[in-house]
Design a binder for this molecule. Structure first.
Ligand code: AMP
Ligand code: MG
Length: 404
């Protein structure tokens, strides 16, 4: 077991556990939002499927309209129309025009269009007050070319990508099964909301903030309830959890006599590391039980959320083969001081905003027990070991992707 490692080393060790291959399932487009593609998608069509017009107006031959102006309009004979979806069957000859509407194919013989605003219709004729031009013709395949790959395995299906998959002609998509993530709370003092709170009790908030975080990362949370701080009950729950891709425990990984998660995993499983040089979340633990990776998150509400965000989320991204990074760093000017910690990388909670430049303020108390900071904040302020941030300094910030 390794201990007292850096954030970077810890992340590497966590990602190395994301070896499994998630099964692939097929879903209709209307259920695919937020899923992760398990196949490369080749466009089945050209889009547009032929040269079409980007504007409402008239299609004609450019050379017939050269020099047209307000004072010297050109007069063309209108031989038909081409609404979108109902192409004009004939051919545009010299001195002729066809009324076209956005998305309609350019009729044969025409090589230019003029917008309706620069024309006046007079019965079977149209007056052009400007030359027609090819610039408003969208060439065939302008957006998509048949046979080209536009979406890849590992791409998160965002609204734009869902539309793109539809435009490419796919009614159903192969996606990875959502990773199943067990959530187990530990602690004699932990009580479900709705129950009376005994003296010294605390409501189980971790299970629900983790539930949200798991869903946001594309996982399917499996709530396993809570266990008392007794090795036997912890083990029973772990073994009865059913098929999971990751197990999250909260609490019981600190130094205390009752921190049984660590003790149980040390004997029944295999601890990969315990303790990371960071704050909050220092007591984080990574273990395996059978083939199941387990992230032992500290019990403090802020610590469990921050460690999931920093390690659990990247793990789930890797498992889903996601091509986008689990988080991105930005730089912001601090408007309130942030305190660092000796020998530890620090993740404070801040409110990031744009005020001519990116700026960040504290959410208030930065204690690991103050869950409000995670509800108020939209970014983590990252401080390297042994460094405070004074007002006016620039710091690294990581937007909390589930609120930004
Ligand atoms: P532990 O890591 O077990 O030492 O717990 C650290 C702190 O987090 C203690 O104050 C616990 O009461 C609190 N805590 C542990 N589990 C939870 C939970 N599921 N929900 C809210 N607070 C918790
Ligand atoms: Mg505890």
């Amino acid at each position: 077991m390794r201990t007292g490692i850096s954030v970077e080393e810890a992340l590497e060790l966590v990602l190395a556990e994301a070896k499994g291959e998630l099964p692939v399932e097929e879903v209709p487009l209307k259920e695919a939002y937020g899923r992760v593609l398990a196949e490369d998608l080749v466009s089945l069509v050209d889009h547009p499927d032929q040269d079409d017009t980007a504007i409402d107006g008239y299609a004609c031959r450019e050379e017939d309209t050269l020099g047209a102006s307000r004072e010297n309009p050109v007069r063309l004979r209108v031989i038909g129309e081409s609404p979108a979806g109902r192409p004009f069957a004939g051919r545009v000859g010299k001195g002729e025009a066809v009324a076209v509407y956005t998305g309609a194919p350019i009729p044969e013989g025409a090589d230019a269009v003029i917008r309706v605003e620069d024309t006046r219709r007079e019965g079977d004729y149209v007056l052009l007050f400007a030359p027609a031009s090819p610039k408003d013709i969208r060439p065939q395949g302008d957006d998509l070319r048949k046979g080209e790959v536009y979406l890849r395995r590992g791409d998160l299906l965002t609204p734009g990508r869902l539309g793109l998959a539809a435009a490419m002609g796919y009614p159903r998509l192969k996606v990875f099964r959502r990773p199943r993530v067990g959530i187990l709370s530990t602690g004699d003092e932990v009580v479900e909301p709705g129950e009376p709170l005994p003296f010294g009790g605390v409501y189980n908030s971790n299970a629900y903030s983790l539930l949200g975080l798991v869903q946001e990362a594309g996982g399917e949370p499996v709530l396993l309830g809570k266990v008392e701080d007794r090795p036997e009950t912890v083990l029973e729950k772990l073994e009865a959890a059913g098929p999971l891709d990751l197990l999250l425990t909260s609490g019981g990984v600190s130094m205390g006599e009752y921190d049984v998660v660590r003790k149980v995993l040390e004997t029944a499983g295999e601890v990969v590391f315990w303790k990371v040089k960071q704050q909050p979340g220092g007591p984080l633990l990574l273990a395996r039980l059978g083939g199941l990776p387990i992230l032992g998150l500290p019990g403090n509400p802020v610590s469990s959320m921050v460690t999931f965000f920093l390690y659990g989320r990247p793990f789930l991204f890797r498992l889903q083969r996601r091509t986008d990074p689990p988080y991105r760093s930005l730089e912001a000017r601090v408007l309130t001081p942030f305190k660092g910690a000796q020998g530890k990388k620090v993740f404070r909670r801040g409110v990031l905003s744009f005020e001519g430049e990116l700026v960040v303020r504290t959410t208030g108390s930065q204690s690991s027990g103050v869950l409000r900071s995670m509800a108020l904040g939209n970014a983590l302020v990252v401080l390297p070991p042994d460094r405070d941030a004074r007002e006016g300094e620039r710091v690294e910030v990581i937007p909390l992707t589930f609120v930004l």
